[in-house]
Design a protein around this ligand. Structure first.
Ligand code: ATP
Ligand code: MG
Length: 592
């Protein structure tokens, strides 16, 4: 396989901040992080964030951490943790170098002068980070805030807290526990930790400003009681920090310099800064930057909605090749390099907009065209008999593996008296400009001869079941009439040499460009998003390799399905169609 040529380093407003911070000497190198919550599988939107965070680390000689933002035990699972690790590994593997990935090479973050609590972060090669590993530290930080009079234990129920928070145009109502003595808050917090109180009876809140125009600064919750087992810390804790408290401090603990997230967190940034500043942590502090989410057309990228599709069995699982999950995209046969190229091409902005999925499809075709091995397969076979060849005819033709890549070489393609061609490549009553096979007409068989259709054989229902043809035996490469011009060239396979394979033909999962625009995405599911056919394939595909990509000539790009269990049990080859050769939706759009 050829090696990816590095794309020119992209440029955007976040990279401009990084450059400026390096130029001013604020940081020696950027340290970013990708912080998924393990409450679902990663999707194409996360791929944008991964490419941005790992990409910046790579381009500027920094480090990027994979960190699980696992502060909500009731929604998180080990299955999600494992899938996320696999997905991130896959996406960044082609970029492999030491600074990449979450290989922080055993280097625990330096303890900075004046820091009152910094845990030893357990870093081993390739180990991801977990916010839950900092629960002891986070607890201590919360204690510090209480001691500084910047946080308090509140006994209002979550519903009361919500109601008392006010509205953008109306100040909130202070908790009656706001001014309780520090010692009392400290005692209650310790007892919350010890498990003395049931869920929902008490919280710890930052003491900021109940009249702030920013609702997130109206004494936000920083700790709550949850008697729940955690996938990483087990039953050690029954109090859990909230996102806003855990996130800035996890960034700080790991020495993150640029904390990059999506736009909806812009309003949380004052709180992010407030917590770090009020704890008097030594500088430099991490800084949060926000960019626009990736929202592609014809799909959905919300974990909650993806979970609905999976749970209601509207797809076969999280790695259904029709889903925009990274696992689905991988299983469908999209190379990681195509996904990374897409993330580069769409860029990073501060404005929310919808991205045409055709941009992604273009990146996939472009990548596969360069690397895919050409093969012949017939999805919907129609038998052709070459009547001027003997039954015993057996010939091995030369076929080129990849016209885009000379090093891919050639292979032998068996040719015999009985062949299969695509049903669509024959028309008894051809429409105008039909340059394929018709009664009395001629067509070239790729890598082989020109054939002429002499006779059409039908079954009792009138269905065409066989074509009887004669071949111009001098029309092969090197033959006397090899140069004869014929408008159509079609693909074929030799019937007796062919092997069968199940081909799964995928189409877009939704028929609407913005399936969620009316809030009812299930209504827009494409009933034809999967078609399964039994194809006849050239024999070399018996040795198809999972890591290789194939172009079935004139049909599209295919890869072996990763469902190995099924493949070996049924002794059946299964191919996924990654994508068609051309954008069939663009044609539809023009017609419509
Ligand atoms: P969802 O909205 O799909 O549930 P999330 O934001 O809750 O996703 P997280 O696991 O919290 O998912 O996301 C991890 C990181 O990926 C965050 O920094 C988040 O901002 C980023 N991210 C999530 N969705 C997108 C997207 N569509 N485009 C770009 N980045 C995204
Ligand atoms: Mg989230």
């Amino acid at each position: 396989m050829s090696i990816e040529t590095p794309a020119p380093a992209p440029s955007d407003f976040i990279r401009d901040f990084v450059k400026a911070d390096l130029a001013s000497g604020k940081y020696k190198a950027p340290h970013t992080r990708f912080p998924p919550e393990p409450n679902g599988y990663l999707h194409i939107g996360h791929a944008k964030s991964i490419c941005l965070n790992f990409g910046i680390a790579r381009e500027f000689g920094g480090i990027c951490n994979l960190r699980f933002d696992d502060t909500n035990p009731t929604k998180e699972e080990v299955e999600y943790v494992e899938s996320i690790i696999a997905d991130v590994n896959w996406l960044i593997a082609g970029w492999a170098d030491d600074r990449l990935g979450y290989k922080a090479k055993g280097a625990a973050p330096e303890k900075r002068a004046g820091d009152f609590y910094l845990p030893a972060v357990p870093i081993t090669n390739c180990e991801p980070f977990y916010a839950s590993d900092y629960f002891d530290a986070l607890y201590e930080y919360a204690v510090q805030l209480i001691k500084k009079g910047r946080a308090y234990v509140c006994d209002h129920t979550p519903e009361e807290v919500d109601r008392m928070r006010g509205a953008p145009d109306r100040a909130g109502e202070p908790s009656k526990y706001r001014d309780r003595p520090i010692a009392e808050s400290l005692d209650l917090f310790a007892r919350m930790k010890a498990g003395e109180f049931p869920d929902g009876t008490r919280t710890v809140r930052a003491k900021i400003d109940m009249a702030s125009s920013n609702i997130w600064l109206r004494d936000p919750l920083i700790y709550r009681i949850r008697h729940a087992e955690h996938h990483h810390t087990g039953n050690k804790w029954c109090i859990y920090p909230l996102y806003d408290f855990a996130h800035c401090l996890s960034d700080y603990i790991e020495g993150i310099t640029h904390s990059i997230c999506t736009l909806e967190f812009e309003v949380h940034r004052p709180l992010y800064d407030w917590i770090l500043e009020k704890l008097d942590l030594p500088r430099p502090l991490p800084h949060q930057y926000e960019f626009a989410k990736l929202i592609p057309t014809y799909t959905i990228v919300s974990k909650r909605k993806l979970i609905t599709l999976v749970n209601e069995k509207l797809v076969t699982g999280w790695d259904d090749p029709r889903l925009p999950t990274i696992s689905g995209i991988r299983r469908r046969g999209v190379p990681a390099s195509a996904l990374r190229q897409f993330a580069y091409n769409i860029g990073v902005t501060k404005y929310n907009s919808v991205t045409d999925i055709a941009v992604f499809e273009h990146c996939i075709r472009d990548d596969l065209n360069k690397h895919a091995l050409r093969r012949l397969a017939v999805l919907r076979p129609l038998k052709v008999v070459i009547t001027n060849l003997p039954e015993t005819h057996a010939e091995q033709l030369d076929a080129i593996n990849n016209p885009e890549d000379e090093t891919a070489g050639k292979r032998k393609l068996p040719f015999s008296r009985e062949l299969y061609i695509e049903q669509d490549d024959f028309a008894e009553v051809p429409p105008p400009k039909f340059f394929r096979l018709k009664p009395g007409g001629e067509v070239r068989l790729k890598y082989a001869y020109i054939i002429k259709c002499d006779e059409v054989i039908k079954d009792a229902t009138g269905k065409v079941i066989e074509l009887r043809c004669t071949a111009d035996l001098t029309s092969k490469t090197g033959g006397a009439t090899a140069g004869r011009k014929i408008k159509g060239t079609i693909h074929w396979v030799s019937a007796k040499d062919s092997i069968e394979a199940e081909c799964r033909l995928y189409d877009r999962l939704f028929t609407a460009a913005e399936p969620d625009a009316d809030g009812d995405f299930k209504k827009h599911l494409n009933p034809h998003s999967l078609e399964v056919v039994t194809a006849k394939c050239e024999p070399s595909l018996a040795d198809a390799k999972a890591e290789l990509r194939y172009q079935f000539e004139r049909l599209g790009y295919f890869c072996l399905d990763s469902d190995r269990k099924l493949t070996t049990e049924n002794r059946k080859l299964i191919f996924n169609r990654t994508i068609t050769l051309k954008d069939t939706w663009a044609k539809e759009a023009k017609k419509g």
